[in-house]
Design a protein around this ligand. Structure first.
Ligand SMILES: Cc1ncc(COP(=O)(O)O)c(C=O)c1O
Length: 428
C-alpha cells in the first residue's frame, strides 16, 4: 500500500503542528503508525492522500451517523451559504435546532449552543457551580468530558492512549476540586456522597462510557447517581456528547429512563461541523447570561452553517425506521467480528449499544477503566494496523469505539468481517 503522500505531509506537519496533528489521538502513536492524511470521503468510504480507499468506522469520531457528505446535509450547507456564513446575531436556524433538541430530549427545557463538546461540559459545570454555590465536581475514571481543566483528571481516551496521567498545566488548586471515582462502583459513590455530598456541585458522567472503549452502566448505577444528587442538592450532568442522538434519538437517558438536570451534546448535533450544546431544566438554564449571571459566550456560537448541518442531520434521524436499520447493521458487524474472533481463538469482549461498538482484547468483561487497562494493547495495535492495510479504518486506540453509519451497506459490513477474520487469524 503506497502511503508516501501521507508520510510527506506528516513530515511537514510535525515541524509546524505539535505532534503533526490538531488533536492527539489522530497521531496514531500508540499503535506505532503514522496518521493517514485524508483527501476526500463519500458515504462510509474515506480516501487518503495516496488514493487508498478505506471503509470508515471513525465517522469523524462520532458526528457522521449519516456517513460522509450525506446529500441532505450538503444541500443544507450549500443553501445557507447563499444567506451568509456568520452573522454574530440571532438567526431562525438557532431557534429551529433548539426546538429539535428540546423535542428530542424531554429533560431539556432550554438549550444553549456552543462550538464543541468541551465547551458544552465546561459551561455545564460552571452553571452547576454557579447554581449550587459549591466547587466540588465528581466524575468517573475513564470518562472523557473534553479538555477543560476541571475535567481533565483520569480522563480516558486520548490521555490513556498516550499514557499521560493527568495533564501538566492543570493547576493543583483546580484539580483538587475534582474527584474521580471508579465507574460502576455504587458503594464508592455512596460513601463519597455521604462524606462530602453537601459540598458537591455536580456529578458528571458519560451515561454510556465511550472513551475507555465501550463500557455500559451496570444496573442501578445511573439511578443511584440520580438519587444521590437529589439527596444532596447536587446537579446531575449527563455528558451525551457521544451518545446523544447516537444510541437513540433521545440519547442514553431515553434508553435508560434516568433523567439528568443538565445534558451536554456535541458531535451529531453539528452534522460534522463544530457544534456543542448544553441544556436542562428551565430554572437552571435561566441562570445563564444574559437571563442570569453565569457567564458564557461565543463569537461563532449558533453560526448558520453549523446550525443548518445539525438540523438537516436530525431531520434524517427522525425518519421512521432509521435507528432500527442502523442497529441492525451494527449488530451484523459486531456479531460477525465476534464470530471471527472465536474462530481465531482470540478472546475478546464485544459489546454494542446502538451503533457504538466496543471490541476489547480482554478475557474478562470490562466494567470500568481499571478493567479496560488490562486489555492486550499489543494485540489491538496489530489488529488496527492489519485492518488498515486491508482498507478498514478504525480509531487507533483500544479506548475508542467503532461507529457504524447508515451509509454502511451489507457489502461493506461483510467485507469488514472478512478482513477482521483474516487479521485475527494472524494475531499472536
Ligand atoms: C463524551 C464526550 N464528551 C466531551 C467530548 C469533547 O468534545 P469535543 O472534542 O467536541 O470538544 C468528547 C469528545 O470526544 C466526548 O466523547
Amino acid at each position: 500500500m503506497k502511503l508516501s503522500t501521507s508520510l510527506e505531509l506528516f513530515d511537514r506537519a510535525v515541524n509546524l503542528i505539535p505532534g503533526g496533528v490538531n488533536s492527539p489521538v489522530r497521531a496514531c502513536k500508540s499503535v506505532g503508525a503514522e496518521p493517514l492524511f485524508i483527501d476526500r470521503a463519500e458515504g462510509c468510504l474515506i480516501f487518503d492522500a495516496d488514493g487508498n480507499r478505506y471503509i470508515d468506522y471513525v465517522g469523524s469520531w462520532g458526528p457522521l451517523i449519516l456517513g460522509h457528505r450525506h446529500p441532505a446535509v450538503v444541500d443544507a450547507i450549500k443553501s445557507v451559504l447563499e444567506r451568509g456564513i456568520s452573522f454574530g446575531a440571532p438567526i431562525d436556524l438557532e431557534v429551529r435546532l433548539a426546538e429539535m433538541v428540546i423535542e428530542a430530549v424531554p429533560s431539556v427545557e432550554m438549550v444553549r449552543m456552543v462550538n464543541s463538546g468541551t465547551e458544552a461540559t465546561m459551561s455545564a459545570v460552571r452553571l452547576a457551580r454557579g447554581a449550587t454555590q459549591r466547587d466540588v465536581v465528581i466524575k468517573f475514571d475513564g470518562c472523557y468530558h473534553g479538555h477543560a481543566d476541571t475535567l481533565l483528571v483520569a480522563a480516558g481516551s486520548g490521555v490513556a492512549t498516550l499514557g499521560i496521567p493527568g495533564s501538566p498545566g492543570v493547576p493543583e488548586s483546580i484539580a483538587r476540586h475534582t474527584l474521580s471515582l471508579p465507574y460502576n462502583d455504587i458503594d464508592c459513590i455512596k460513601q463519597v456522597m455521604e462524606q462530602q455530598g453537601d459540598a458537591v456541585a455536580c456529578i458528571i458522567v458519560e451515561p454510556i462510557a465511550g472513551n475507555m472503549g465501550l463500557v455500559t452502566p451496570e444496573k442501578d448505577f445511573l439511578e443511584t447517581l440520580r438519587m444521590l444528587a437529589d439527596r444532596h442538592g447536587a446537579i446531575l450532568i449527563f455528558d451525551e456528547v457521544m451518545t446523544g442522538f447516537r444510541v437513540a434519538y433521545g440519547g442514553a437517558q431515553a434508553l435508560f429512563g434516568v433523567y439528568p438536570d443538565l445534558s451536554c451534546f456535541g458531535k451529531i448535533i453539528g452534522g460534522g461541523l463544530p457544534v456543542g450544546a448544553y441544556g436542562g431544566k428551565r430554572d437552571l438554564m435561566s441562570k445563564v447570561a444574559p437571563q442570569g449571571s453565569v457567564y458564557q459566550a461565543g463569537t461563532l456560537s449558533g453560526n448558520p452553517v453549523a446550525m443548518a448541518a445539525g438540523i438537516a442531520t436530525l431531520e434524517q434521524l427522525q425518519k421512521s425506521g432509521f435507528y432500527e436499520a442502523l442497529n441492525q447493521k451494527s449488530d451484523q458487524l459486531l456479531s460477525g467480528m465476534e464470530r471471527a474472533a472465536k474462530k481465531a481463538a482470540i478472546p475478546v469482549q464485544a459489546k454494542r449499544v446502538g451503533s457504538m461498538l466496543g471490541f476489547f482484547f480482554n478475557e474478562k468483561e470490562v466494567k470500568n477503566f481499571d478493567d479496560a487497562k488490562t486489555c492486550n494493547l499489543d494485540r489491538f495495535s496489530s489488529f488496527y494496523n492489519g485492518l488498515r492495510q486491508m482498507g478498514i479504518y478504525i480509531a487507533p486506540s483500544q479506548f475508542e469505539v467503532l461507529f457504524v453509519s447508515i451509509a454502511h451497506d451489507n457489502e461493506h459490513l461483510e467485507r469488514t468481517i472478512e478482513a477482521a477474520g483474516e487479521v485475527l487469524n494472524k494475531l499472536e
